[in-house]
Design a protein around this ligand. Structure first.
Ligand SMILES: C[S@@+](CC[C@H](N)C(=O)[O-])C[C@H]1O[C@@H](n2cnc3c(N)ncnc32)[C@H](O)[C@@H]1O
Length: 280
């Protein structure tokens, strides 16, 4: 939490109330999205006012009213203060993304992961992004590896429409091919054996789609496999995720890299395993 904001909150909340507040919040463009514990809901306006007064770039404060859920991975948002809107422009890595926070999934917290993957892409690669949302991974890749081609699939029609706009905004229409539908059917229908690299940024379901990710690969292709793993005290989440995946995969593969992308809850970790699949 920025120092200025912390100081401002110290003037309006008790020490106990500040302790109850979540330590961080998302800023997407000029919109801040905050979670407020039930006990502090009656303070939401003064908290939002402190944010708008102390962080000049914030024009709107929304409260996350439900967790992310459903196939589209969206959440309910309540307008608290400032301009009543859910659409904004967000910039990262030389790209600009239109985002409608009410209709699509988007997380600025994946920014480091997007550029990590983009930097691995080699000249001439064909990439398949199975769960692309508004096209953020696909567009960062297209901007950083000019000689690449990315098939970019999403099942949410709103995410697909916004992806079309983002492809135009970032002038990558010759490098990103947007596709609307269920990744399983799209791949089985027309993308078998086409990709050098497959991205699976849907940690909740990637394990159920790993078979079709393999079908999409060329020989010696790479999969960026995302998962959420719970690890008890003393357990290594990465080793646990590797074991779970091993049970599911019946092709030879090597793990090139594994890392924690971010923490998503107490003892819950979002991880990525980069797999080199030697035979498909
Ligand atoms: C966690 S979001 C990731 C979005 C994007 N990669 C990002 O980082 O901004 C997962 C996306 O997968 C999409 N999705 C869910 N099930 C799908 C499926 N079976 N086929 C294609 N897309 C799917 C959702 O609509 C959502 O946009």
């Amino acid at each position: 939490m920025p120092k200025m904001l912390k100081k401002a909150l110290e003037n309006i909340l008790t020490i106990d109330e500040i302790k109850q507040l979540y330590g961080s919040f998302d800023i997407v463009g000029d919109i801040a999205v905050i979670k407020i514990p039930d006990a502090l809901l009656d303070k939401k306006f003064i908290i939002a006012k402190a944010m708008i007064d102390n962080m000049k770039s914030i024009k709107t404060v929304l409260r996350q009213a439900t967790p992310v859920s459903g196939d589209y991975r969206t959440r309910e948002l309540e307008h608290v203060l400032g301009e009543d809107k859910t659409i904004t422009l967000y910039k990262e890595h030389g790209c600009v993304f239109k985002v409608d926070l009410a209709k699509v999934y988007f997380s600025p917290r994946l920014s480091t992961e997007r550029i990590r993957v983009a930097r691995k892409v080699e000249r001439g690669e064909v990439i398949l992004n199975m769960f692309s949302g508004i096209g953020s991974f696909s567009i960062v890749i297209a901007k950083h590896q000019l000689e690449s081609m990315t098939y970019s699939i999403d099942i949410n029609p709103d995410a697909y429409d916004i992806m079309l706009e983002n492809i135009r905004l970032n002038k990558v229409s010759n490098k990103v091919i947007p596709l609307l539908g269920d990744a399983r059917f799209v791949i089985e229908g027309s993308l078998r054996g086409k990709a050098d690299r497959v991205l699976m940024p849907l940690p909740e379901k990637a394990i159920d789609y790993i078979d079709v990710a393999i079908k999409a690969l060329k020989p010696r292709g790479i999969i960026h496999y995302y998962t959420h793993t719970h690890a008890s005290k003393g357990e290594d989440p990465i080793e646990k995720a590797k074991k779970e995946l091993e049970k599911k995969l019946d092709v030879p593969y090597t793990i090139l890299e594994s890392r924690t992308v971010r923490e998503v809850g107490p003892r819950w970790h979002q991880l990525v395993l980069d797999l080199l699949v030697s035979q498909c």
